[in-house]
Design a protein around this ligand. Structure first.
Ligand code: 13P
Ligand code: SF4
Length: 321
């Protein structure tokens, strides 16, 4: 007889079960969960480490775990695998790519590079393993300036794939690096009008921006930095309100560490007050659980490619100490 009681599981029930089961498997399999700041809050809260691309690669390099579950996008999990060829690296959804990495196909980049003999290639970590293998040094948004400045002033440099980060580094360092014309669809779309509207509505707020944004946004910013640098700035600065020009996920840690401060993300359209990366947001708790349970999808790369891509990443890690 139908008692009338609805036994359908709610999202909260599913999430609670996924967390319990994930915790059990994480211990049993000696696994670690690494999550980027753009992940949904419930994944950030479950992670062993939450960070920016540099922090995540340092953590992946130093981990003693047997399995790395990467709650981020493909190039991040690939980097973790390159740093740990003997370990299992899992990515909950193989569709979690990156528009910036996709804007630089390795074959086209190799032809481009051949036009500049004698140039050093510095590639932003948001690129494929194949592009890393064509590079001399990898950088992230938190160490790009430092890495460029570690090279003599007259060094001829190609910077790929992000034109916005590349031109920002050119402005800061006074270099004239040749830039690959790539960009991130999430940051490149952030519009001046949307920022100005927020500035008018919140005149006391400071504008903080990720260097993947266009120059016009960066020129208006009070502070520019990687996700970790932006988070740290909101913690130490005396301002009580911030306009945040990057992906929405970072607001979780900002609000957690400064509950008395206000954060306004720059919307990409009139219908929402968010700016989500569609790739980062593909990861969910049930997908995380399934991938650890089945130990799949796994990142698999050829040993030769890993060896070639590893050198420029290790160079970055050494220069970042
Ligand atoms: P961060 O290294 O600053 O976390 O940047 C990663 C990223 O994908 C930005 O879009
Ligand atoms: Fe790639 Fe942009 Fe998403 Fe970062 S925010 S993962 S650069 S598409």
């Amino acid at each position: 007889m139908n008692s009338g009681i609805h036994l359908k599981k709610t999202k909260t029930d599913i999430d609670k079960n996924s967390i319990e089961e994930f915790n059990r498997l994480r211990k049993e399999k000696n696994a670690i969960l690494l999550a980027h700041f753009y992940q949904v809050p419930e994944i950030q809260d479950l992670a062993d480490f939450v960070g920016d691309s540099l922090g995540l690669s340092q953590e992946a390099f130093n981990t003693k775990a047997n399995i790395i579950v990467f709650a981020g996008v493909h190039f991040m999990a690939e980097t973790a695998k390159i740093l740990n060829p003997g370990k299992k690296v899992l990515l909950p959804d193989t569709e979690a790519g990156c528009s910036l990495a996709d804007s630089c196909p390795a074959g086209d980049f190799e032809k481009f590079k051949n036009n500049y003999p004698g140039y050093i290639v510095i590639s932003y970590i948001n690129c494929s393993a194949e592009v890393k293998a064509l590079s001399d040094i990898i950088c992230t948004s938190s160490n790009a300036v430092k890495i460029v400045e570690s090279l003599p002033r007259d060094t001829k440099i190609i910077f790929a794939p992000d034109k916005n980060l590349g031109s920002y580094v050119n402005r800061i360092t006074g270099r004239n690096m040749v830039l690959w014309e790539g960009s991130c669809e999430v940051h490149d779309i952030i519009k001046t009008e949307a920022v100005l509207k927020l500035k008018i509505n919140h005149p006391e707020a400071k504008l903080i921006a990720h260097p993947e944004c266009k120059a016009v946004i960066l020129q208006m910013a009070d502070f520019i930095g990687s996700t970790t640098a932006l988070l740290n700035f909101t913690q130490r600065d005396s301002a009580k309100e911030f306009i945040v020009a990057t992906e929405t996920g970072i607001l979780h840690q900002m609000k957690k560490s400064s509950p008395d401060k206000k954060f306004y993300v720059v919307p990409t359209d009139e219908t929402c007050s968010c700016n989500d990366c569609p790739y980062m947001k593909l990861n969910t708790l049930p997908k995380l659980l399934n991938c650890l349970k089945n130990e799949s999808p796994e990142i698999v790369l050829s040993p030769g490619l890993m060896e070639m891509a590893r050198k420029p990443i290790i160079r970055m890690l050494e220069l970042s100490k």
